[in-house]
Design a protein around this ligand. Sequence first.
Ligand SMILES: NC(=O)c1ccc[n+]([C@@H]2O[C@H](COP(=O)([O-])OP(=O)(O)OC[C@H]3O[C@@H](n4cnc5c(N)ncnc54)[C@H](O)[C@@H]3O)[C@@H](O)[C@H]2O)c1
Length: 443
Amino acid sequence: MADRYLNFTGTAPGRFLTRRLGLPQPSALRRWTPEKPSLEGELLHLTAGDSLHGSSSVRQLLTRTNLTLATDASTSRPVAVVLDATGISDTPGLAQVHAALHPVVRSVAENGRVVVLGAPVSPSDHHQAAAQQALEGFVRSLGKELGRGRTATLVRVRSAGAAESTLRFLLSPRSAYVSGQVIEVGEASEPEQPPVDWDRPLAGRTALVTGAARGIGEAVASVLARDGARVVVLDVPSAQGDLVRVADRIGGTALPLDITADDAGERIASALAPGGLDILVHNAGITRDRKLANMAADRWDPVLDVNLTSVLRTTDALLKSGTLNRGGRVVATASIAGIAGNVGQTNYAASKAGIIGLVRSLAPGALAEYGVTVNAVAPGFIETKMTAAVPLFIREAGRRMNSLAQGGLPVDVAETTAWLAAGASGGVNGQVIRVCGQSLLGS
Ligand SMILES: NC(=O)c1ccc[n+]([C@@H]2O[C@H](COP(=O)([O-])OP(=O)(O)OC[C@H]3O[C@@H](n4cnc5c(N)ncnc54)[C@H](O)[C@@H]3O)[C@@H](O)[C@H]2O)c1
């Protein structure tokens, strides 16, 4: 469903009128296209205090993005600002964060990025913990202030070398609908060779995407294929026609299968033998909304089964059978409803909150035992058939109640999934990444 308000505010009279009326001012987001795969412009690299990783190594890392490093802060109009605040270890140091960003924030270009690099919050040094946690409130507020399609993100970096794929993602049009997030990057899980071709970072990898006959799952399958993966798309047998169409379009393979089947794990394993699986995307999901008082078990059980129990069952089966190769990636789909709750969605929100519990608990062990990372994407309001069915006023509220004042597109969730799925993202584990334009819900 087209966002007519966004189209209207993109015209001169629309902009004039909505400004005068004090209405939201969404900017058309700049997303990845084959013609324009990168943000164009200069990147301003600033440091508050002493960098924990050494300014020159962070600078080197930034030169590997597709942006040109600005040489003079006072004259440039950067498309991205990266502030290295990893060395801020007490609250007086926070003044340097203000001093660095205050003069330049106004000049950040439309659809630009502000990325603050922080350090892991110390469990034993409460002064460092206070200062580093302060960055979270700072970045989340900045995300709400920036406007004009600009985003702000905090990346807590343990090892600068492991942060390259994350910085490349954040400093590109692929992260258009990700703002106000805090992302932790640990040590790389395995000595990864950087992919030869960053335009096809999934080359040579095999992916399975559930619920891929339409909507977000279809977009995920397309983006993973674009990035070089061989993709197997799975959906219920009744959606086989659409599924085959998706598979044909992306040069993949269709696997019609109900993911709640007891033997789904085994059937996936045999479909993927002998090479196994590198990327498992749990995207299939359903809603059966009613207030709890009106919700019979026939609305509760299938939602929990599709959205959560089958995810647990198939993940366990594919890990234990060795179908998920070392260096593998599991990306599950949560929702901001699982963080904030929602009227009429006790079943759905329970299932999506359960995904967050699963991801946080399984991630360290799966990495240690199987060399597999486990993360989640938590979409906000995404323009799909699911949200097109929402009544008009609730839909309008859902679209506007975020810092970017618009709904996301399935491709936004897909781009985030592709970043988490990359071999080079081994340092990102146990994270729940909201793709919600910094929704006010659950923030
Ligand atoms: N659209 C949004 O705004 C939004 C927001 C938050 C989270 N999500 C989540 O994102 C995911 C995709 O959402 P969407 O909007 O694309 O939904 P959608 O309804 O358009 O697509 C879901 C797909 O999952 C498939 N599916 C359902 N049950 C299945 C089963 N038992 N086995 C195999 N496949 C099954 C469906 O056939 C369908 O093709 C879901 O997990 C959803 O909960 C969506």
